[in-house]
Ligand binder design. Structure first.
Ligand code: UGA
Length: 428
């Protein structure tokens, strides 16, 4: 039977969680503090690009199992479960800022029914379950950690087909009740204590970031020794202890999670007396990678960027999302702009340059317009449609036939045949 659930926060985690839980048959009320967002959601307008989400929201609303309200106080009244899906941005000292979550907990505490389970879904520092419990000021409700492992762009699929469901609670019965919400889903359920559940989330993201920094560092070695990183990864990946997933070299990792969470874990470790040198180095290798790609572009532009026009394909932090947060592409572009380049960019998910993060970039809506008379084309996001574009036409339009392929997306051999200078990642 469906349970009564409130979801606080309608970002990509909250909205996906709410829509998927309603899809599983639960009665879900989602709350947000932004009136326009709530109105838009009630009209069926989805503010983010997330595969499959529109359909789940429309069905949930149409069948009366999903609704959106303004303010958490209007959502939690008769809820048996309350999911906190609020932002935990990086504070000035690198640590995650818990103020949104604490404020919401303080606000809803007096309104909860006895026995309600409050669930931390957002990525929160170790010990946050206790912090939330303190703010709720209730000894008759439970706080459980249930971290999300959703990738943007495939969040709905990840929710409905999880590798694992992690539940951290000091109360076995509360943990079982949360597990019951997911009873129809595949994936192993791991029940543990709150600190371990919170740590699993950070450890997972830090390990994934480590894999990418490792392969980007290996790509740098490959370039020096004349090896091809694609074959190197293939060869490594055939060892089942290693595997080839999440070892795709690129312009560095970004997005709303890895940068924030890796810094937060460094800080969590430091606060407990451990210097996480390995993770600091993983972050440093990532910063270096942005610089390495910017240097490749400079080299193909003839050694200087002043007065040069660089065409960029791809602005989002990865393909299949419209999210620009901590995008490696923007980091690299800003390095180019700082030394006097003009940047003209195309991204299938970015319609204009009105977002303040795109300041200084000429955003166009056609990939061929972006390259016209440019000195170098840099591919910085792995949108599959870029592989379908007519590179001979690009060759006719571009000022100098030069491509920096920051995602190893294009066929270097074909480009060289067409007369382009081509530089990828980890390919000599
Ligand atoms: C990441 C994790 O993958 C999710 O499991 C986690 O739940 C989520 O963070 C979160 O903490 O909420 P996401 O930020 O959506 O998901 O993005 P990823 O697909 O992991 O990619 C992160 C960055 O790494 C992107 O910039 C991507 O281009 C880059 N990347 C990824 C590579 O450069 N190489 C790879 O092999 C994989």
């Amino acid at each position: 039977m469906g349970q009564k659930i409130a979801v606080i926060g309608t970002g990509y985690v909250g909205l996906t969680t709410g829509a998927c839980l309603s899809h599983l048959g639960h009665d879900v009320v989602c709350a947000d503090v932004v009136p326009e967002k709530v109105d838009a959601l009630n009209r069926g307008e989805i503010p983010i690009l997330e595969a499959g989400l529109d359909e789940l929201v429309h069905t949930g609303v149409a069948e009366g199992r999903l609704s959106f309200v303004l303010g958490a106080e209007n959502a939690v009244g008769d809820a048996e479960f309350v999911f906190l899906c609020l932002p935990t941005p990086q504070g000035a000292d690198g640590a995650a800022d818990l103020s949104f979550i604490k404020r919401a907990a303080g606000h809803i505490g007096p309104l909860l029914e006895p026995g309600t389970v409050v669930i931390n879904k957002s990525t929160v520092p170790v010990g946050s379950a206790g912090e939330v419990a303190k703010k709720l000021r209730r000894d008759d409700v439970y706080v459980v950690s249930n971290p999300e492992f959703l990738r943007e762009g495939t969040a709905v699929n990840d929710f409905l087909h999880p590798d694992r469901i992690v539940i951290g609670s000091d109360d076995g019965a509360a943990a079982q009740r949360v597990a019951g919400l997911y009873v129809d889903l595949p994936g192993e359920v791991l029940i543990t204590d709150p600190a371990s559940a919170e740590t699993i989330k950070y450890a997972s993201n830090a390990f994934l970031a480590t894999k990418i920094s490792f392969v980007n560092a290996m790509a740098a070695v490959c370039e020096e020794v004349g090896a091809d990183v694609t074959d190197v990864v293939k060869g490594m990946g055939l060892d089942q202890r290693i595997g080839d997933r999440f070892l795709v070299p690129g312009p560095g990792w970004g997005g709303s999670c890895f940068p924030k969470d890796s810094h937060a874990l460094v800080r969590i470790a430091e606060n407990s007396g451990y210097q996480f040198g390995l993770l600091r180095q993983v972050i440093a290798v990532n910063e270096e990678q942005f610089g390495r790609v910017a240097n490749k572009i400079t080299r193909l532009a003839g050694g200087r960027l002043q007065g040069r026009t660089i065409a960029v394909w791809g602005l989002t932090f990865k393909a299949r999302t419209d999210d620009l947060r901590d995008s490696p592409s923007l980091n690299i572009i800003n390095r180019l702009l700082e030394v006097g380049a003009t940047v003209r960019a195309y991204d299938p998910a970015v319609v204009d340059g009105s977002d303040p993060r795109l300041e200084g970039i000429e955003v166009v809506t056609d990939p061929y317009e972006a390259v016209t008379k440019a000195d170098v084309l840099a591919v910085l996001t792995e949108w599959p449609e870029f592989t379908e574009l007519d590179m001979a036409k690009v060759g006719d339009l571009i000022g100098h036939k030069a491509v920096v392929d920051g995602r190893n997306l294009l066929d270097g051999a074909v480009l060289k045949e067409l007369g382009f200078a081509y530089d990828g990642i980890g390919r000599s």
